[in-house]
Design a protein. Structure first.
Length: 134
């Protein structure tokens, strides 16, 4: 069972799921997270106080809708299209991130989100309680 989360960006609300990595567990335990969104192409990111789990797989090439965690900046990242590092239409992170989940639904609405927009990540309905990873 995935961790259910809700992402609120300005007036938008998106449902998402976090996976079973150590990093996703740490992010879930830190909820709610609040910050100002930053944009990098079709990526929204913001810094947190969370530290990445050791040994979680990392990669730069992401799928549309994937959520990543960038360890150097302790950043929560949402990818929905090309970034400045992309050669085509697929999202590519600035450097490898830990894939920690995915947004459920259409993300094109994020294209209107500006730098500095308030963002809040909170536990969603139907998720499992923190600490339920084995």
């Amino acid at each position: 069972m995935a961790y259910s989360i809700r992402i609120k960006v300005g007036d938008l609300a998106l449902e998402a799921e976090l996976n079973d990595t150590q990093t996703a567990d740490r992010v879930y335990r830190a909820l709610p997270l609040e910050a100002e969104a930053s944009r990098w192409g079709d990526e929204i990111y913001f810094g947190t106080l969370v530290k990445a789990g050791k040994g979680d797989p990392m990669r730069a090439e992401m799928a549309v809708g994937e959520i990543g965690f960038w360890p150097p900046g302790r950043a929560f990242c949402i990818f929905w299209g090309p970034t400045p590092a992309s050669a085509g239409s697929a999202p590519v992170a600035a450097s490898p991130v830990v894939p920690i989940g995915r947004v459920v639904g259409d993300l094109k609405c994020l294209s209107d989100v500006a730098d500095g927009t308030a963002i809040r990540i909170e536990a969603g309905p139907g998720g499992r309680p923190p600490g339920s990873l084995s």
